[in-house]
Write a protein that binds this ligand. Sequence first.
Ligand SMILES: Cc1cc2nc3c(=O)[nH]c(=O)nc-3n(C[C@H](O)[C@H](O)[C@H](O)COP(=O)(O)OP(=O)(O)OC[C@H]3O[C@@H](n4cnc5c(N)ncnc54)[C@H](O)[C@@H]3O)c2cc1C
Length: 285
Amino acid sequence: MKITDIFKQPPRTFSFEFFPPKDEISAVDFGINVGQLMNLNPSFVSVTYGAGGSLQERTFALVDYLQNKIGLPTMAHYTCVGASKEKILADMHAIRAMGIENLMALRGDPPKGSAAFKPHPDGFAYADELIAFIRAAGFNFCIGGGAYPETHPEALSREADIRNLKRKVDAGASFLLTQLFYDNAGYFRFVEQCRAAGIVCRIIPGILPITTFSQWERFSAMGNAPAALGEQLKSFAGNPKKVYQAGMDFAIAQCRELLSKGAPGLHFFTLNKSRATVEIFEEIS
Ligand SMILES: Cc1cc2nc3c(=O)[nH]c(=O)nc-3n(C[C@H](O)[C@H](O)[C@H](O)COP(=O)(O)OP(=O)(O)OC[C@H]3O[C@@H](n4cnc5c(N)ncnc54)[C@H](O)[C@@H]3O)c2cc1C
């Protein structure tokens, strides 16, 4: 089922993002966690796409499993990192052959160690070009795109980033999923600016609960972890239970506020774990 058709049913969507398990032990762990998350009856699930051949094959295998064995509406993430037009076409045929109807079409990040994104000589520099190419080749996937309430780090300005986002939607993206953020007011301001720029599709917030201090440090280095939460977590150093609970309290309050102020759903970056997402669901439903 296309995600745009799912949008016609319930007023909001709750979706889960996974990454392909890296080995057999992680795969068993993944199975247990997915089992628990399935009890929450998600609107759809998605699987991330990494750089490198074997990782990409694992994405396709997991997408196939979730869609065709478990029976969940599944979205395959896809990036144009290192991909020629010929490879993109072959991959689109492979995804369609699996019965996948939803595609998260992304540019991707530069490989580790490279400062700037370098497109394949016969490929694409931006997600809007990738999306236009997929559409022109006749694939009728429901396409999602990435959106950045705190502005994409490479963007020349916030205005330029939103103009580029509009290009992505005009090229054929039917909805947007955001990068993680912790400032709800910033998300709602961003949505307003997108609406003013003529972007009318759903902009679904991406949620990643912070449950350890090292996670807070990592996101803080990227510029988007809340300082007050950091202070609180620091005061609980040496007590992981209290740290976890403080992070969860923050996430629950964030999700409640997003929904009460009109966000069209929540997309959880589950990190292949179920506990935090299940606990948030119990609190917000
Ligand atoms: C929900 C979500 C899921 C993700 N999943 C994955 C995943 O599975 N695998 C993975 O590798 N990465 C993933 N990413 C990360 C993503 O690949 C990076 O954030 C990447 O840096 C940008 O991808 P994009 O598709 O948003 O790029 P784009 O939309 O192409 O934007 C990249 C930059 O270029 C600018 N730009 C865009 N179009 C133009 C244009 N036409 N002309 C000039 N400038 C332009 C934008 O302003 C922005 O600064 C995900 C991101 C999100 C938000």
